[in-house]
Design a protein around this ligand. Sequence first.
Ligand code: 2IT
Length: 444
Amino acid sequence: MYDLNGFMRELEKRNPAQEEYIQAVREVVASVIDVVNSNERYLRNKILDRIVEPNAIHEFRVEWEDDNHQVQVNRGWRVQFNNAIGPYKGGIRFQKNVTLGTLKFLGFEQVFKNSLTSLPMGGAKGGSDFDPTGKSESEIRRFCQSFMRCMFKYIGPEIDIPAGDMGVGGREVGFMFGEWKRLTSEHVGVLTGKSLACGGSLIRPEATGFGSLYFANEMLKRNGDSIKGKTVAVSGFGNVAWGAVLKANELGAKVVTISGPDGYVYDEDGISGDKIGYMLEMRSSNRNIVEPYVERFPSARFFRGKKPWERKTDIAIPCACQNELDINDAKQLVSNGVGYVVETSNMGCVAEAVDFFIGKRIPFAPGKAANAGGVSVSGLEMTQNSMKCSWSAKEVDDKLKAIMENIHKACVENGADGDYVNYVKGANIAGFRKVADAMCDMGF
Ligand code: 2IT
């Protein structure tokens, strides 16, 4: 029998200074421990001990030359967490504060997220402490090429298929894909999130944000409610936030905030039309600040150093980074009467905030369910690459919507508690079961 606190104490001892990884594991183990303890096969297979341990971690020195012809050195990793249900799959994050602990947390989350999509994908994550802010395109290209030279021997279209994450978009994926081709001479689907010209999929850029709103729509529908006419607070202003704002508008909601590391923008008139396109311009400027929005659209206001959660809105959609929403933010949202929280960043809320929302019976979608649309369309990109075909935007979008509805259903089936749905528990149990069963079926 497993004991949550005993198990976690041991894990903390073995993984010093990896708080984010410990946080992610604790949430999953707390959700599934009763399922495991009542399943003789899981116990006999020591399933928890095995599932929290990455299959392999590759760490490399990434050397590149900056525009001043100086040698630069960064650290890179590919964490291949679990391939029980399919080849390793997960994004690459370039951000200055990335550590191995960050990538272990993201890889661990990816295992259960990918399982929820119902597509055959294992979980992985990669990245580097390289900071793209302010870098020239040539520097970014040289870095991406060097990163791929370090990583290419560990990946492949049937082994491990990386994609983008924070700091890695279509441009960076293109540079890495180009280097893979030069090294191997193969044009295959070894990366997803490629440009259309390189064999990417329609709707991949929109997929995470669209998926999150499809999931939100299901949550509201279950409560006899509708997104139409709701006000929405979004954080972040990158690819994920952009897709979420786009789809929220399509569904008739009004998005009043976006944010960056510098603060947040409050736009009472709603972020719609050209303003959504301007998010992409801010992103591609590589400055990582959101303040230029109010220079361009002066009726909006900028709040330096503040977070959008101080605003009164119906739905909160964190789309920036892990632990961006703390317990004080959660209390403020609840006292302002927030109806739904749809975590779209990976582990966007601290554990105490999640417990607070659940304690107040606010419908709370965890990132691994709400943001699974991105990797789902990556899975669909892999299918198209294998079939040597390309689907229309509608075909992909319809499939994405069906996948998100399915994930919502799985969360309800495993997390319903009377009228309330504990989506955290539901997502963790549903995602865990398939991976655990595959691991037991295959022996060790
Ligand atoms: O967090 C994520 O799910 C992603 N960054 C997307 C991963 C992918 O393989 O598309």
